[in-house]
Design a protein around this ligand. Structure first.
Ligand code: FES
Length: 273
């Protein structure tokens, strides 16, 4: 919406003030075809799930984040129906729900493919090849940032640091890590996703986007935990050096104390003792 404010310019000329988001900004929860409300059977099913989620929190409004994942597990993104559902379950206004949903990047504003492929293009991954991977996947898949392939299988987006810099450059599929990627391995990865033969992630278990969202809503992942997590070698390098030199955390503190005592007992140069 644009408001025209007569006489507001320095010389009485008209100025234009934009109200609300710019029209070119995608996905303001008004995507074409997005459901406005849920059919009775879906509503009833989601209400049972919502009750279970809300019961985990002392205050219902605290359950908003998992509830947004729940409605995203239904629709694949945040829809007007999802916003309305969360609002009704939690006693919040639609504006309050939308404000939270639009703040966090894990809540999507448009339809999502079975696999959300996120390429980290934050500093470390970018210089290690993340930018090249992202550019090559855009070309390989024929989609831009945030767009989905025509077969609905893959949505591509660039993402910020996912705290896996040890394994840069990383690609995430439905928030599961694929470490130390290259342009070629990333192409092989998305080809596998599209053909129904996704390679296993480096850590964790892969499932389709809506299934992942249900897990993020707080429902248990029944699959066995492969347990491949933990810090990588670059993170542990400092610890190894410390062990080699028999260093302890207290060593620095003791040294600092000694240095501080020395400073306070030594007058500046030129001053008499
Ligand atoms: S910069 Fe990519 S995971 Fe940290």
């Amino acid at each position: 919406m644009t408001a025209e404010v007569p006489g507001a310019g320095n010389n009485g000329e008209r100025v234009f003030i934009r109200l609300g988001p710019p029209p070119e900004e995608p996905g303001q929860f008004v995507t074409d075809g997005a459901p406005q409300e849920y059919p009775a059977d879906v509503q009833a099913r989601l209400e049972v799930d919502a009750k279970e989620i809300i019961g985990k929190y002392p205050s219902p409004r605290s359950a908003l984040l998992p509830l947004l994942h729940l409605v995203q597990s239904e629709d694949g993104y945040i829809t007007p129906a999802g916003v309305e559902f969360c609002s009704a379950q939690l006693g919040l206004t639609g504006a309050e729900v939308a404000a939270v949903a639009s703040f966090y990047t894990m809540y999507r504003r448009g339809p999502t493919g079975d696999y959300l492929v996120g390429v980290c293009t934050n500093t470390l991954c970018a210089v290690m090849g993340g930018d090249a991977i992202f550019d090559s996947l855009k070309e390989h898949l024929g989609v831009g940032n945030g767009e989905t392939t025509g077969d609905g299988s893959v949505t591509l987006e660039h993402i910020e640091c996912n705290a896996a810099c040890d394994f840069a450059p990383v690609v995430m599929v439905n928030w599961e890590f694929y470490d130390n990627q290259t342009v070629e391995s990333a192409k092989t990865l998305v080809d596998g996703l599209r053909s129904g033969n996704p390679p296993a992630p480096t850590r964790g278990n892969l499932c389709k986007f809506k299934e992942t969202e249900r897990i993020l809503a707080g429902f248990p992942d029944q699959r066995p935990d492969e347990g491949q997590g933990g810090a990588g070698a670059p993170t542990l390098a400092g610890l190894e050096v410390a062990k080699e030199h028999n260093m302890r955390a207290g060593d620095n503190a003791e040294r600092s104390d000694a240095e501080e005592r020395h400073k306070t007992s030594t007058p500046p140069a030129g001053e008499a003792k």
